[in-house]
Design a protein around this ligand. Structure first.
Ligand code: ARG
Ligand code: ZN
Length: 890
């Protein structure tokens, strides 16, 4: 069934307090829930609505008595109870089987411990409840469990008491002082150890910070703790927001569908985003941990104190919180880099964010699942934790920040909290607060929340030598998306600079202004077409548009190779310098792919090699930035730019480009490998990370070219590495080459880390992502199939599935889409197998083929029957059937 945003109605009854009691048992947990229900006087009378999913109801009473048969009705997805008067106490006993719960939604077991995941609708798998985010209740929770199996008993808020019970059991009672929606409830009952620290909030309150991990992992918890403290300080400093609880806990769990979850005071994390030590985690892992810890922590205000009225508003908390974590990471990088290099450090982070948006969100916006950041309908809400809601949602918030300025944005945030603290609200409430605090009309801006699709920003410049003016004509249009044929013009902030022939930025003076001002300024494009006339120029400028990627759009600006090379060398905006390199590379790659796809000979243009080389080897630039500039556009993004998408031709082009750049720049890469190594003990620091990233990229190019010295260096660095970043970088270079050394290195890596689940994820993923460097080599699918039987692999563990299958389906298109169709058959087998145990994970894998209509006719013919086979599977989950149903819709 499809749920529509327009159908939202408040409930006639809500819950003021809930008292929960858990008698925890692996196969038969009894949950007792006492609800203090209150009539909502603003809503027409009606029954109490309780949602329930896979529950066994043992008892239900209203004010101590069983209701009359007619007053209690069973519905497909729960119960309905008639209540009289203004208040009622409803008590419900249910029995659940955590061990049988393979969905990892609700209460489940992981390594013998009990964990919960309630967002979005997992709470109804624990007990009957009005399981909607607009029902905010105060929780007290008592946990009872076997002392041996579960020495640690945690829930939201503050610990009230704990003690012994007969029969080797014990209990703990928790109380959360803040009203919250059910999706923020959590419990943990497991065998864990803790790293803890005391800290002071800005106002001087003492708080206890804890990171709970399995025994043996304490030496990997420190970075998460540091990240938490940095996050606290940042939110105090940047938004005046303090931790509101006496205790804040992070718990790491190995089986988890997503990255992490912001349960009030008890964040539960995928181990991947907590555990790090130099020997097991790469710089990128450290970075991700810092940003995910920050993300979940920031939710405490943007999500928890102010929450979503309904799930259509998801971007209210997610877009805003992603924006906040992006800003946090940029500030952390800038701080570490020091004043002089701060701008470049920030750009490196911005480029990362733009890469993610282009590689994941743009394709989503161009496919059958395209939706506005605030969707109008869904079949399964779990399918809408998307790059659009998160990443494009963050871009929309960033545009507000750009339009209103740092101070205006902060004023809007302050007003938002002053109005809505403790409430469940909508995206309109947020934008209204921004508008009111800044005295601005943001009505047209709201279209960003309503329209799907990636807007095309067209730009044309006209130079008038006679009067020294340059007229920029900007246009916009958004292509139709499913269910949205017509689109209206958006408010698009376009940050613009004009570059003089010598490469310097020109001060900008728009027609009608008395004097020139800053050299970058934000133009607001609000209609389908607008002209901006710059005056007082002495020579024709080169435009640099969308600086800092000021809007989530595709810029359509015609620039010849020479101009791209010029901007690669000269653009003062580092993001645009990078972008010029990406555009040039894209053009070269797509041309190579077209030639190779037609069986024609092809070569990389000399001019590109020159431009690429001068950027990659420019010693004046920060290594982290050079690593960004020298990394080619993501394959997923390139496929999106190809029509029809031909993964084999694209791969051939990429192989040729890697090999050419490896060979032609071999001396440069080898020189970098001499100069860049970081001396001394590993520390996670952006400056060191940048050097390691560039060095590893150099190895990758050398290895791809089969350069003997480079391969020897990769082998040597792999053997001698003192940290995971170096070891894994060298291994990745070997694996992405034709060198026979790859198998030995993979085996050595496996032997060293065979008991380390997170490191083995890297090992799986590297093999699933491996290209074929010789045409007669066996396909990657064979390896993937063999790895399914590896002792360390399990279809029940999401990290393993994402590493092996996710990488193969999403990051290795040429191998996945092998011409014989074997990858497609395998995909359907896997989606069907996964769906039987975990629909959320299955749906994520299912989405790997949603853009199938963009592929060549031969591939489409091979894919369609597999989509149909999955859709015809008996008992298919709503999650997968929504994805496949939409993919097959005409
Ligand atoms: N709110 C979490 C976060 O963004 C994501 C949890 C979503 N989980 C799910 N099963 N839909 O941090
Ligand atoms: Zn989030």
């Amino acid at each position: 069934p499809t749920i529509h945003r327009a159908d939202y109605r408040p409930l006639p009854w809500t819950v003021e307090r809930i008292d929960l009691h858990f008698n925890l048992d692996p196969t038969a947990t009894v949950v007792t829930s006492r609800l203090n229900c209150v009539r909502n006087p603003e809503v027409e009378a009606g029954p109490l609505r309780l949602w329930g999913d896979t529950l066994e109801c043992l008892l239900l009473t209203v004010d101590g008595a069983e209701p009359a048969a007619a007053a209690l009705r069973e519905l497909e997805d729960g119960l309905e109870v008639d209540l009289a008067g203004e208040r009622a106490v409803v008590e419900i006993h249910t029995r659940i089987d955590p061990q049988a719960n393979t969905t990892l939604s609700g209460l489940y077991l992981s390594n013998g411990g009990f964990f919960t995941q309630c967002e979005a609708e997992g709470f109804r798998r624990i007990t009957y409840f009005p399981d909607r985010p607009d029902v905010m209740a105060r929780y007290t929770v008592t946990l009872e469990a076997d002392r041996e199996r579960c020495p640690v008993l945690l829930s939201n808020g503050n610990l009230l008491e704990q003690g012994e019970l007969p029969g080797g059991r014990h209990y703990a009672r928790w109380e959360d002082p803040f009203p919250k929606p059910s999706y923020l409830f959590a419990l943990v009952a497991a065998r864990l150890v803790v790293l803890e620290r005391k800290a002071q909030t800005a106002s001087g309150r003492e708080v206890l910070l804890q990171v709970w991990v399995e025994e043996g992992n304490l030496d990997r918890a420190g970075h998460a703790m540091d990240s938490l403290i940095h996050s606290m300080r940042w939110d105090e400093r940047t938004f005046g927001l303090e931790l509101d609880l006496d205790r804040f806990m992070i718990v790491a769990v190995a089986d988890f569908n997503m990255g992490a979850m912001e349960n009030k005071g008890l964040n539960i994390f995928n181990t991947k985003y907590v555990l790090a030590k130099p020997d097991t985690a790469t710089d990128v892992d450290y970075e991700h941990i810092e940003s995910v810890v920050a993300h979940e922590y920031f939710h405490n205000w943007t999500g928890n104190r102010v929450t979503c009225r309904d799930w259509f508003q998801l971007t209210l908390k997610e877009g805003l919180t992603v924006f906040r974590d992006q800003q946090f990471s940029a500030d952390m990088l800038a701080e570490a880099a020091g004043e002089e290099d701060a701008a470049s450090a920030r750009a490196v982070k911005r480029i990362d964010d733009v890469r993610v948006l282009r590689a994941a969100q743009f394709p989503e916006d161009a496919g059958p699942m395209a939706h506005p950041i605030r969707p109008d309908s869904y079949q399964e809400i779990n399918n809408f934790y998307t790059a659009t809601v998160y990443e494009k949602g963050a871009e929309v918030i960033r545009m507000l920040h750009t339009l209103l300025g740092t101070e205006g944005f902060r004023n809007g945030m302050d007003l938002y909290f002053s109005y809505h603290d403790g409430k469940a609200v909508t995206c309109d409430d947020f934008v209204d607060a921004m508008a009111e605090a800044n005295g601005r009309d943001l009505d047209q801006f709201m279209r960003w929340y309503a329209q799907a699709g990636t807007p095309r920003l067209g730009a044309r410049g006209e130079w008038n030598a006679a009067d020294g003016s340059y007229t920029l004509r900007l246009t916009q249009h958004t292509p139709p998306t499913p269910g949205q044929a017509e689109k209206l013009p958006l408010v698009i902030p376009v940050a613009v600079g004009l570059i003089a022939p010598d490469g310097s930025d020109l001060p900008l003076q728009l027609e009608g202004e008395s004097q020139p001002g800053a050299s970058t300024r934000v133009l607001e494009l609000k209609t389908a077409e607008q002209r901006f006339r710059f005056v007082g120029l002495s020579a024709e400028p080169v435009p640099s548009l969308l600086r800092g990627f000021s809007a989530p759009v595709l810029l359509e600006l015609e620039e010849d190779d020479e101009r791209l090379a010029f901007r690669m060398a000269k653009d003062s905006d580092p993001c645009n310098r990078w972008d010029a390199a990406q555009r040039y590379a894209e053009r070269v790659i797509l041309a190579l792919a077209a030639d190779l796809g037609q069986g024609r000979a092809a070569a990389v243009p000399e001019a590109f090699i020159r431009a690429f080389r001068s950027l990659a080897t420019d010693e004046a630039l920060d290594p982290a930035f050079r690593a960004q500039a020298a990394a080619l556009p993501a394959e997923g993004y390139l496929l999106e730019r190809m029509s029809p998408a031909d993964p084999a031709a694209l791969r051939a082009a990429l192989r040729l480009l890697y090999a050419t750049l490896g060979e032609r720049l071999a001396a440069d890469w080898l020189a970098l490998c001499e100069r860049l190594p970081v001396a001394g003990e590993y520390r996670y620091h952006p400056a060191d990370a940048g050097r390691r990233a560039l060095l590893n990229l150099a190895l990758r190019y050398l290895a791809a070219a089969g350069n003997e010295a480079g391969l020897a260096l990769a082998r040597q660095r792999f053997g001698a590495a003192g940290n995971m970043t170096d070891r894994f970088g060298a291994l990745a270079a070997l694996v992405q080459s034709a060198s026979p050394a790859r198998e030995d290195a993979l085996a050595a890596f496996h032997a060293r880390y065979k008991d380390d689940a997170l490191v083995l994820d890297k090992w799986f993923s590297l093999q699933a992502g491996a290209w074929r460097w010789q045409d007669d080599a066996p396909g990657t699918l064979l390896r993937v199939k063999a790895l399914l039987d590896d002792a360390a692999f399990s279809l029940s563990n999401p990290n393993k599935v994402y590493s092996l299958l996710g990488t193969f389906f999403r990051a290795n298109p040429a191998e996945f889409h092998a011409a014989d169709g074997s990858g497609h058959v395998f995909w359907a087998d896997m989606v069907i197998a996964l769906d039987a145990r975990n629909p959320q994970v299955a749906a994520r894998m299912a989405r790997a083929l949603e853009n199938w209509r963009r592929y060549t006719p031969a591939l489409q013919a091979s894919i369609r029957p597999q989509l149909e086979r999955v859709l015809a599977t008996k008992g298919l989950s709503p999650d997968v059937s929504e994805v496949i149903g939409k993919a097959l819709q005409d």
